[in-house]
Design a protein around this ligand. Structure first.
Ligand code: GDP
Length: 296
C-alpha cells in the first residue's frame, strides 16, 4: 500500500557515507519524505509543519551512533517525537468521582458515537463490573433512541426508558436522577450529532454538559478524518471542553494520523480506539503502536 518511511529514509541516507553528524542538508531531504508520509497518514498540515520543525531541531547535528545507519537514526528521532506528542502511556477512562459518574459522548453524525457508547458501556459492565445506564439524547434523528435501546438489549445494559417529546437537557437530567435512584455507577449519555459543526449543536452540547456535569466528555471521531480533524477537535474542545478522544474505524486502511492532529491541537489524549462494528471491538489507545502505524 505505502512504502514505509524507514525504507524511504534508508534510500536517502544510503547515498551518504562516513558522516559523524547529520547535516542540515541530509535532514532537509529526509524531512521532505517525513512530510509526505505524515500527509499520506492524514495528519493535518499545520501539525505536519510543527512536527517537522521539532524533528529538524532534534536531528540537525545529532551524532550518528556507530551501531545504526543515518536512516535508522532519523526514523528513531521521528518515532520518539511521535510518541512524545501522542503521549507515552495509554490513558484510561477516569471514573474517579462520586457515583453516578456521567460520561458524555459527543461528535458528528455517523462518527460512531452510538456504537462506541454501547462498546464502552459493555466494557465497563463486563470487565470493570460497574452498573451502567445508557441514555440517548438524540431527539432529532428518528430511531436514534431506539438504536441505543436495541444495543442495550443485545449487550445486557440498561437504557433509560424513552419518553416521547422530551428534549436533550430534560433527558440528561432524568438520566442522572434515575441513576441515583437505581444505584448506577456510570451514566453514558449519547448525544446528537450533525453532518457539520454548527452553533445549535454546540449550544445543545454545552446545555447538556451543564445539566449532567459529566466527569468525562469523549469526542468520538472517525480515524479517516483528514484535514478537518484539527477544526473538529478544536471546535468541540473550545465550546464543550473534551477530556479525551475515541477514534473509530481503526480497523480500516487509514493510518490514524487524525490521532496526532487532534491530540496536538487540543492537548487531550486519545483514550479509546474502535476496531470494528461489533460491541467488543474496542481497545485502549497505545501511542507506540499508532506511531508505528503512522510511520508505515
Ligand atoms: P453515530 O451517528 O455517530 O451514532 O454513528 P453510529 O454509532 O451509528 O455508527 C455509524 C456506522 O459506523 C455504523 O454502521 C457502525 O457499525 C459503524 N462503526 C462504528 N464504529 C466503528 C468501528 O470502529 N469500525 C467499523 N468498521 N465500523 C464502525
Amino acid at each position: 500500500m505505502f512504502e514505509s518511511l524507514s525504507d524511504r529514509l534508508s534510500g536517502i541516507f544510503d547515498k551518504l557515507t562516513g558522516r559523524g553528524a547529520l547535516s542540515e542538508n541530509d535532514v532537509n531531504e529526509a524531512l521532505r519524505e517525513i512530510r509526505r508520509a505524515l500527509i499520506e497518514a492524514d495528519v493535518a498540515l499545520p501539525i505536519v509543519r510543527s512536527f517537522t520543525d521539532k524533528v529538524r531541531n532534534r536531528a540537525v547535528g545529532a551524532e550518528v551512533v556507530k551501531s545504526v545507519t543515518p536512516g535508522q537514526m532519523v526514523v528513531k528521532i521521528v518515532h520518539d517525537q511521535l510518541v512524545e506528542m501522542l503521549g507515552e502511556e495509554a490513558h484510561p477512562i477516569d471514573l474517579n468521582a462520586p457515583a453516578p459518574v456521567a460520561i458524555m459522548m459527543v461528535g458528528l453524525q455517523g462518527s460512531g458515537k452510538t456504537t462506541t457508547t454501547a462498546k464502552l458501556a459493555r466494557r465497563l459492565t463486563q470487565r470493570d463490573k460497574r452498573k451502567v445506564l445508557m441514555a440517548s439524547l438524540d431527539t432529532r434523528r428518528p430511531a436514534a433512541q431506539e438504536q441505543l435501546k436495541v444495543l442495550g438489549e443485545q449487550n445486557g445494559i440498561d437504557t433509560l426508558p424513552i419518553i416521547e417529546g422530551q428534549g436533550p437537557v430534560e433527558i440528561a437530567k432524568r438520566s442522572m436522577s434515575a441513576a441515583k435512584l437505581g444505584g448506577y455507577d456510570v451514566v453514558m449519555l449519547d448525544t446528537a450529532g450533525r453532518i457539520h459543526i454548527d452553533e445549535p449543536l454546540m449550544k445543545e452540547m454545552a446545555d447538556v454538559k451543564a445539566a449532567a456535569q459529566p466527569h468525562e466528555i469523549l469526542l468520538v471521531a472517525d480515524s479517516l478524518t483528514g484535514q478537518d480533524a484539527v477544526n473538529l477537535a478544536k471546535s468541540f474542545d473550545e465550546r464543550v471542553g473534551i477530556t479525551g478522544i475515541a477514534l473509530t474505524r481503526m480497523d480500516g486502511d487509514g493510518r490514524g494520523g487524525a490521532a496526532l492532529s487532534m491530540q496536538a491541537v487540543t492537548g487531550k489524549p486519545v483514550k479509546l480506539i474502535g476496531t470494528g462494528e461489533k460491541s467488543d471491538a474496542l481497545e485502549d489507545f497505545h501511542p507506540k503502536r499508532i506511531a508505528d502505524r503512522i510511520l508505515g
